[in-house]
Design a protein around this ligand. Structure first.
Ligand SMILES: *Cc1c(COP(=O)(O)O)cnc(C)c1O
Length: 368
C-alpha cells in the first residue's frame, strides 16, 4: 500500500488510458486530446491561462523564476522545496533574498510584508502552498493579498505541487500556480503544469526568456492546442483521464474527502500519543514527529504492507509522513493508523487497544 506523499499510486483507469499506442503529437487527433485536457485544467485551476510542460515539478519552478523575475526574487524557505527556489536563483545568477523559518513554521504575513516594503527591487515572490518537507500550509492567499496591496506588479508564484487537487486554492492574487503529475494527480512523474494570471502572461510576453522553458512560446503554441516541443503525449492522455474522473466526483467533493481523511488521520495519531509536526498542517499529508520514525516505518512496511515517507536532512529519522492526496480509499487510511498502533505495541511504546481505528472512524464518519 503506497501511502507516500508523492509519488502516489496510478489508478487502474489512468493506466488503461495510457496503455494505447503512441500517437504523433502534430496531429488533429492529439490536438483534440490536448484541448479537452487543457479545458479541464483551466477549470480546476480557475485561472485564465495554463501551460503543460514536459518536466518534473522543479522544471516549472525554474521556468517561473527565469520568466517572471527581472530584478529580484523574495523566496520563502520553510523546508527543502522553499529552499530550492533560492538554489534556482543562485544557479541563474538572479538576485534573491530569503525568509527562512524552521520546517514546522509557516511564513509570517507581517515578515513578508516588511521584506517587500523594505526592498523596492523585489518584483517576484516564491512560496509553497504546502511545503511537503514538513507538511505545513503557508498562508499563501493572505500573503498574496497583502503583497498586492503594496505593489500589484509583484508576481506571486505559488508552488502548489502538493496542493492543487487537494484543496480549493483562492487564485485571485496568485500569478503563477505550479503543479506536477506524480502527487495529487496520481500520474507517473514527467509533466508539470503552471496556471497563469493575465498579468503574468503580459509580463512573460513582454520579454520572452529562455529556450526550452520559454513560456512565451509555450503560451503561443498551447493556445492553439499544441506545444513548442514534443508533448508528453501519453502523460497528457493520462492527465485527461484523471481530470475527467475528478470532475465526475466533483472538485469540491474531492477536496472534502481529502480534508476528512487528513483530519481523521491526525486525530487518530494524536489519540495514540503522536505529536503532529507542523504548526499549521496541510491536508495533503499528515506529518508526525517521533524519534522512532525509522523503526515504525520499517515494521509498517515489512509486516503491515504500509509504505509511508520519512523525513529529509535534519528531520531524517524524526518524522513520518502519510499521504492523503489523490483517490485514497477510506479503508486504506484507516488501516494505516490501525497498523501504526499495532507497531507501537510491538515496540513496547503503547499497548494496543484499537484507539486509532476507533478515533479515525468516529472523526471520519461521525464528524466528531
Ligand atoms: C515534489 C515537490 C516538488 C518537486 O517536484 P519534482 O517533481 O520532484 O521536481 C516541488 N515542490 C513541492 C512542494 C513538492 O512536493
Amino acid at each position: 500500500m503506497l501511502l507516500t506523499p508523492g509519488p502516489t499510486p496510478v489508478p487502474e483507469f489512468a493506466r488503461k488510458a495510457m496503455s494505447d499506442i503512441t500517437i504523433h503529437h502534430r496531429t488533429k487527433e492529439f490536438e483534440a486530446i490536448f484541448e479537452k485536457t487543457r479545458k479541464l485544467l483551466l477549470e480546476i485551476y480557475n485561472m485564465n491561462e495554463v501551460l503543460i510542460l514536459a518536466s518534473s515539478g522543479t522544471g516549472a519552478m525554474e521556468a517561473c523564476i527565469t520568466n517572471l523575475t527581472r530584478t529580484k526574487a523574495l523566496t520563502i524557505n520553510s523546508g527543502k522545496f522553499g529552499e530550492r527556489f533560492g538554489k534556482i536563483c543562485k544557479a541563474f545568477n538572479i538576485e534573491y533574498t530569503e525568509l527562512k523559518q524552521e520546517w514546522d513554521t509557516p511564513a509570517c504575513v507581517e515578515d513578508v510584508v516588511n521584506a517587500v516594503k523594505n526592498d523596492k527591487n523585489i518584483d517576484s515572490l516564491f512560496i509553497q502552498v504546502c511545503e511537503s518537507a514538513g507538511g505545513l500550509r503557508h498562508p499563501v492567499e493572505e500573503i498574496a493579498k497583502e503583497v498586492k496591496k503594496i505593489n500589484p506588479n509583484i508576481m506571486i508564484v505559488a508552488d502548489g505541487i502538493t496542493a492543487l487537487g487537494v484543496e480549493k486554492i483562492d487564485t485571485r492574487n496568485i500569478d503563477a500556480l505550479i503543479t506536477g503529475s506524480q502527487k495529487a494527480f496520481m500520474l507517473p512523474p514527467g509533466i508539470a503544469m503552471i496556471g497563469l494570471s493575465d498579468k503574468a502572461v503580459a509580463k512573460i510576453e513582454e520579454k520572452p526568456a529562455g529556450y526550452y522553458f520559454n513560456l512565451a512560446s509555450e503560451i503561443k503554441n498551447q493556445k492553439k492546442n499544441t506545444t513548442a516541443y514534443t508533448a508528453a503525449t501519453t502523460l497528457i492522455i493520462g492527465l485527461g483521464a484523471i481530470l475527467e474522473k475528478f470532475k465526475e466526483i466533483g472538485f469540491d467533493n474531492l477536496y472534502n474527502q481529502t480534508e476528512k481523511r487528513a483530519k481523521a488521520t491526525q486525530e487518530a495519531l494524536k489519540a495514540i500519543g503522536f505529536k503532529i509536526y507542523p504548526k499549521v498542517p496541510a491536508n495533503a499529508m499528515t506529518t508526525a514527529y517521533t524519534e522512532q520514525s525509522n523503526e515504525i516505518r520499517k515494521i509498517l512496511k515489512t509486516k503491515y504492507n504500509v509504505d509511508i515517507a520519512g523525513g529529509q536532512d535534519h528531520l531524517a529519522g524524526k518524522i513520518f509522513r502519510i499521504n492523503h492526496m489523490g483517490l485514497v480509499e477510506d479503508f486504506e487510511a484507516s488501516w494505516a493508523v490501525n497498523a501504526t498502533e499495532l507497531v507501537l505495541d510491538e515496540l513496547g511504546i503503547r499497548t494496543f487497544d484499537g484507539t486509532a481505528n476507533r478515533v479515525f472512524a468516529e472523526t471520519f464518519y461521525k464528524g466528531n
